[in-house]
Design a protein around this ligand. Structure first.
Ligand code: FE
Ligand code: FE
Ligand code: ZN
Length: 277
């Protein structure tokens, strides 16, 4: 079964968002937990989250993906910035505990010149502070493009973070096709080789979600500029291989392409069609 959706906004509530997803032909979606550039989250509306959960169950909407704001940096050199990341992540996890079937994805962070080692240590420290035995939402580290001082551009770095977190069973990985390609893994040409490498370093059991994005730049460019499916270097044939790869079977696949709602509906239809062939 293909679980396919796109990035949406929960501005009018989670239930309204799920209805929009359905109208686009999606059976999953992703959303920012709060303004991606700001810090303020709306007050939690438990009537809305309950209605969302019921609607998803009735309409066979599968696991959805919440995305942390990308302004947080758990491995900043500044303690106040790290404290802000901890507060945001912890508050999001509390709020997301009201959603029945949800993953929580975040960008590991940028070490801003402190070095990868320090970055990894600070990210693991952050996770060790916010995860508790009661945490119900699986937290995903996103594979990054390796732009600037981003941590998480290699599978080894992600593995290192996973290893240093005590409650490591609460963690998984979200693979972004644009990011891994930009980081040097040729997922479009040979997804089998990349996923075999992922399995060897991290373990496929950790892979819980996929961001399906084409890239405006060639393999290894470390740029992180998303393109619409088929309009970038990964290409239609690349995505045909990706959506049909058995290791990705059943994982939520979410579009983060530069598009509007009708455009997303068209991309969802395209990926579904590729899948059936
Ligand atoms: Fe992301
Ligand atoms: Fe992504
Ligand atoms: Zn990106």
């Amino acid at each position: 079964m293909l679980l396919i959706g796109c990035h949406l906004s929960p501005t009018d509530g989670y239930l309204a968002m799920a209805k929009t997803a359905l109208s686009l032909g999606a059976n999953t979606c992703q959303f920012f937990t709060r303004n991606p550039r700001g810090s303020k989250a709306k007050p939690l509306d438990t009537a809305d989250t309950a209605a969302f959960n019921a609607f998803c169950r009735e309409q066979a909407i599968g696991t959805v993906v919440a995305h942390a704001p990308y302004t947080i940096n758990p491995c900043s050199a500044d303690e106040h910035t790290r404290e802000f990341a901890r507060m945001t992540l912890a508050d999001d996890l509390y709020r997301l505990s009201h959603l029945t079937d949800c993953l929580y994805n975040f960008h590991p962070g940028s070490h801003v010149g402190q070095g990868v080692e320090t970055g990894i240590t600070l990210i693991a420290d952050t996770l060790n502070e916010i995860l508790t035995p009661d945490t119900v939402t699986t937290v995903l580290l996103e594979t990054m493009a390796g732009k600037g001082s981003e941590v998480g551009g290699t599978f080894e770095e992600l593995r290192e973070i996973l290893d240093r977190v005590t409650l490591t069973e609460k963690l998984g990985v979200c693979l972004d096709t644009c990011h891994v390609s930009d980081a040097g893994y040729d997922i479009a040409a040979d997804p089998d080789a990349v996923l075999t490498e992922f399995d060897r370093i991290i373990g496929l059991g950790r892979l819980r979600a996929v961001h399906v994005n084409d890239s405006m730049n060639p393999v290894g460019a470390r740029k992180d500029r998303h393109a619409r499916i088929g309009e970038g270097y990964l290409g239609l044939e690349g995505f045909r291989r990706i959506v049909n790869h058995p290791a990705l079977e059943g994982l939520p696949m979410v579009l983060e392409t530069p598009n509007d709602l009708p455009g997303y509906a068209a991309e969802i239809a395209l990926l579904k069609k590729m899948r059936s062939v």
